[in-house]
Each structure stands twice: as C-alpha cells, then as structure tokens.
Design a binder for this molecule. Structure first.
Ligand code: SF4
Length: 353
C-alpha cells in the first residue's frame, strides 16, 4: 500500500459500489496499491452486511476508507414511506438517487421472509387491471437497485431472506440483463446465498426472453402471468404482450420445460365477469393439460377506481376443481398485504401518508 496512491485525487467518475463488477473493484484496488483480498472484504460489506459507506467498513485500513469515500459512491435508496399490513407484511416506497422510486414488500412467515421486488420504476406493459401499468414506465432499475430493495427489507426485519419474487413494479424481462445480474447476486454464496429455486421471476409473457431464460444455467423459477388463455380477452387485459400470441407462448413454454425440466407457474388473477367464465375454464384446461405447470389462481385485489372486481371464492374453486380433473395442480393464492395495497397489481409509485 502506498500513501501516495491512497491520496491520489479521483480522475474518473466515482465507482458505484452497488453496480460495479468484481473486476472493476479489483482494478480500483490495484490502482490504490491495495491487495486483491480488499475487494472481497468490500464486497462482503456491500452484499452481505448491507453497508455501502466506507466509513463503516471497520476491517479496512483508515487510509483506504478515506480513499474509497473519494473514489466510490453508493446509490443508497431512501425510504420515502412504509405501511404495515395486518398480516405482518410491510410495504416500502424507496427513492433512488435520481429521484425514481419503486415499491418493495416484505412478507414474513414462520422462519421465512419473502421479498417482492420491483425491476422497473413504473411499467410500459399497460395491463389494464394493474395500478403500476396505469402510470407508464419511468425507467428500468439497475441490478444494484433491485438488490438494495432486498437488503432494505432484510435489514428492517433483521432476519434472513429465504425467497425473492420479482413480481413488483415492472416487467423483469423488459430489463433482462439487470434482472439476471440481481438474481445471480442474490444467489451468490458471498452475498445473500438464496437458493436459485427460491428466486422467482414473473413475466407477462415476453417470448424471446423466456427462451433466453431457458438457457441460463441456474435453476431460477419462472412464473408467467396468463390471466386468460382466450386471445381476445388476453389482448384486452394485457395489451403490452398482444404481439405474442398464445399459440406461440404455448410453444415457447413447451421449449422451456423441455430444456430445463422445470415447472413454470401460471398466474391467473380472477376478475368477475371478465375471465372467470366457464369458457375461460375450458380454455385454461386445454392450455395446461398434459404440460408441466402449476397454476396459481389469484383473487384480484380491489384497486380504487378500477372497473375490475374480484371474482367469488366459488368461481376460484371451480377453476381448481376443473384443472384437477385434467391432472393440473392448482392452488388459490392468498395475496399478502392487500389492506396496504401491497398485493399483486396494487403497487404503484405513490407516497402513502
Ligand atoms: S401487471 Fe406487471 S407487467 Fe402488467 S402492467 Fe403491471 S407491473 Fe407491468
């Protein structure tokens, strides 16, 4: 280590500790005349301990902490608002350094903590039943910003995160590279070490990315929002994926299961009088029969001002029973945090007082 190196003034933009690669950190250590193991120590602070301020990295020499403070930045998210549900879920609105904001949710269980993260601030897909879809896309989030949401929830609950679902605001596959980086970081043993199967990405059906996802080596879990298997209804509900027909989606999912041997989950949010008819049940049975899948029937959450309303429990049960008759496993999923607008389709960029 040379004092001279450590006190060199920065000549480039600060390195964002939440976004930089291991290689970039190693290069910075070399530039500062530091041994390579310092990079791993810094990553341990950032990714395992959730600390991005060099001042708090107590196992680093003081001079290095000073140099890091001058040469790096950390896009620490600021919590703008939070709400706590009667079921114990907590929803947070986080603001990133450029002012873009997104919501994430922590859902505790017995010895479990699930986190739902956003991959974009807003969303361009325009699903008509979704609060996020109504506000449009502001921007995609970086892998660091996605990861930070998980750390924020973990630190608030002060417990280990056991699973993460990428089902908050945004279409993860419209932000594929950063989503994948975040998945890998969450899965890494030097970071949160969450098993790949406990990391679930939910897409509304972007076919090229589903096929790309099938080729990733990790066993991440795929969820696909169907919401209707009748083309006309699906087009009306999910205009953002109109260009991908159900026939092609079916073929792509076949390719995905053949290649990975993994079972995707199909999400189906029931809306009274819209997609809960007998015709929809028949069509869904046809779509799923003989394929590897699990269907989650979700009873839509009421969004104020929305023309869509939840279906009855009887209709939900009718879907489950009919699917069972054709050998398809299905469950009715209880949305968590519905009382704080934290449930599926309810997230949006809003400051809650
Ligand atoms: S349901 Fe998902 S993909 Fe559709 S608009 Fe909402 S956030 Fe976007």
């Amino acid at each position: 280590m040379t004092e001279e190196n450590l006190h060199d003034s920065p000549t480039t933009d600060p390195l964002d500790l939440h976004a930089c690669t291991h290689g970039q950190l190693l290069a910075l250590m070399a530039e500062l005349g530091q041994p390579a193991f310092r990079a791993a120590q810094i990553e341990d602070w950032v990714w395992s301990k959730g600390v991005a301020s060099p001042d708090e990295m107590t196992n680093l020499p003081k001079a290095l902490r000073g140099a890091l403070a001058a040469r790096t930045s950390a896009s620490s998210a600021v919590e703008l608002a939070r709400q706590v549900s009667l079921d114990g879920s907590r929803k947070y609105l986080l603001r990133f350094k450029d002012g873009a904001a997104a919501e994430c949710v922590g859902m505790p269980g017995t010895r479990k903590l699930s986190v739902c993260v956003s991959t974009q601030a807003g969303c361009a897909m325009g699903c008509v039943f979704c609060a996020t879809g109504r506000s449009g896309l502001i921007r995609s989030l970086t892998a660091g910003e996605i990861y930070e949401q998980v750390m924020h929830v973990r630190n608030d609950f002060n417990t280990r995160v056991t699973s993460v679902v990428f089902m908050g605001q945004g279409e993860p596959f419209a932000n594929y590279d950063e989503t994948l980086k975040a998945l890998r970081r969450l899965n890494a043993s030097g970071a949160l070490n969450i098993g790949a199967r406990h990391l679930t990405v939910s897409t509304c059906g972007l076919i090229p990315q589903i096929l790309r996802f099938a080729n990733e080596p990790e066993q991440f879990t795929l969820a696909v929002s169907l919401h209707s298997t009748i083309q006309k209804t699906r087009d009306a509900l999910m205009p953002g994926v109109k260009r991908f027909s159900l026939v092609h989606l079916y073929a792509a999912l076949g390719e995905y299961t053949d290649k990975t041997g993994r079972r995707p989950t199909y999400e189906f949010a029931l809306m009274r009088g819209v997609n809960d008819t007998d015709e929809e049940i028949d069509s869904l049975c046809d779509f799923c029969r003989g394929t590897l899948c699990h269907v989650n029937i979700i009873q839509l959450n009421e969004i104020s001002g929305s023309p869509f309303h939840p279906s009855t429990s009887e209709r939900a049960q009718a879907f489950i029973d009919r699917l069972a008759r054709v050998g398809v496993e299905a469950t009715i999923r209880n949305s968590r945090g519905a009382d704080i607008d934290a449930a599926c389709g309810q997230l949006r960029q809003r400051v809650i007082s």
